[in-house]
Design a protein around this ligand. Structure first.
Ligand code: ZN
Length: 246
């Protein structure tokens, strides 16, 4: 079983009546419920939990962390962010959803601001698959549409993605790299754009499918961890002695 953990800010979910109507038990629980399957077991953590629900023990028991945040990005503890980023470098998958483009773990792992253009005008979004053989795109067809979403537009301040899986088009004319993969040390990272809190996006079957595909893609690969900084003995006899400089 893949051990996924959905992290929710749980701020709009409690305080905004439109978000509450869309997600009566919180966005994180909607995402978690859609993910549960024979292959994926799911835990949930929220901002208000002790250490944001991301203690060392909780992270050690997490294969893939899914992160939604917005208003309280800056209030997340740096100590917890250090722990999350270290776990990603050690192999934990990390999926940043929507406004998590500005979250501390994502911007630190990217090394850029994560900045972008945005507009709230209930626009249609058409999410185009630009890498049809990618496992994250499996089962969603050539494209899928969300009738109303927040617009995100280029330029999106991220490093060049390792793989670009989706590009979104918006009614107002903008386009956006809405599905991007990155690798950092042993960890795999996926950024997925849809999911503004004022729209019922996480009830959409295609969106749910993409997140589920991404969890399977981002799970750690079982491998012997490289022993970095090691000074290995040669595998074959050397003709010249090993020299040690003090
Ligand atoms: Zn938003």
């Amino acid at each position: 079983m893949i051990r996924a953990r959905v992290w929710g800010e749980n701020f709009h979910d409690r305080l905004n009546h439109i978000c509450q109507r869309n997600y009566p038990s919180g966005m994180h629980n909607c995402i978690a419920d859609a993910l549960r399957s024979d292959e994926i077991e799911v835990s949930v953590s929220i901002f208000e939990d002790p250490e944001h629900g991301l203690t060392r023990e909780q992270l050690d028991a997490t294969d893939v962390l899914i992160w939604w945040s917005h208003s309280r990005n800056g209030e997340v503890s740096d100590e917890v962010v250090d722990r999350v980023c270290k776990r990603v470098l050690d192999g934990m998958g990390f999926i940043a959803l929507h406004s998590a483009h500005g979250s501390k773990p994502f911007t630190r792992l990217m090394g850029t601001s994560g900045g972008l253009m945005w507009r709230e005008a209930n626009e249609k979004e058409r999410v185009w698959v630009v890498d049809p053989s990618h496992p994250i795109a499996e089962g969603v067809g050539r494209f899928f549409e969300l009738e109303e979403e927040e617009m995100y537009g280029e330029h999106f301040d991220i490093p060049q993605p390792d793989e670009l899986v989706f590009i979104s088009w918006f009614e107002g004319g903008e386009v956006f790299r809405s599905g991007c993969t990155f690798r950092r040390s042993q960890g795999k990272i996926f950024y997925f754009r849809p999911g503004h809190e004022m729209h019922p996006t996480y009830h959409d079957k295609n969106v749910q499918r993409v997140i589920s595909n991404a969890v399977k893609w981002a799970k750690p690969v079982q491998t012997d961890r490289p022993n970095y900084w090691a000074n290995p003995e040669p595998l074959e006899p050397l003709k010249k002695p090993i020299r040690v400089y003090e």
